[in-house]
Design a protein around this ligand. Structure first.
Ligand SMILES: [Zn+2]
Length: 156
């Protein structure tokens, strides 16, 4: 597989943060659907689960299809996009050349999971942690960008 590589309206190429990443070739306004994450839907116990899996339910993950867009989604502590279920939406105004990143903590609740962050943003939290371990203040602030399955109803 050669890089850079065009995938729909995006380009996969080297990212300043981590390996390869997804880069926009068009403008997107906040809230715009960017793409669906394609792959196999598996449970947390499935041996096919890798660090690239996108969590979309309490024990449910999508393992992105190899070389599909979801396979290259990097984390950032100042992300341009957010994941809801198996969809990716623009979180900020995105311009051509911007990397498409998401805050993994806003769609991951796997209790034992964490990883060091190398996003290089001024507000970098240093460690990417599951949603439940985020400070309540960040959970409140980022609620609108949090994957639906993590947000409980007030009486639940
Ligand atoms: Zn970071």
């Amino acid at each position: 597989m050669r890089f850079p590589r065009q995938l729909g309206d995006f380009v996969i190429e080297e990212s300043p943060s981590d390996g390869r990443g997804i880069f926009a070739t068009k403008r997107y306004a906040p809230g715009t659907l960017l793409f669906h994450i394609e792959g196999i839907r598996i449970r947390a116990s499935d041996q096919r689960l890798t660090h690239r899996a996108i969590q979309y339910g309490r024990a449910l993950f999508i393992e992105p299809r190899r070389f599909s867009l979801g396979h290259y989604l990097n984390h950032s502590c100042a992300p341009s996009a957010h994941v809801d279920g198996s969809d990716l939406f623009a979180r900020t105004n995105i311009l051509p050349g911007d990397e498409i990143t998401a805050d993994y903590s806003l769609f991951t609740s796997h209790p034992t999971w964490d990883m060091e962050c190398a996003c290089g943003q001024a507000n970098c939290r240093g460690l990417i942690i599951p949603y439940e371990r985020l400070p309540a203040e960040i959970q409140r602030r980022d609620r609108r960008w949090t994957s639906r399955y993590l947000i409980r109803k007030p009486d639940a």
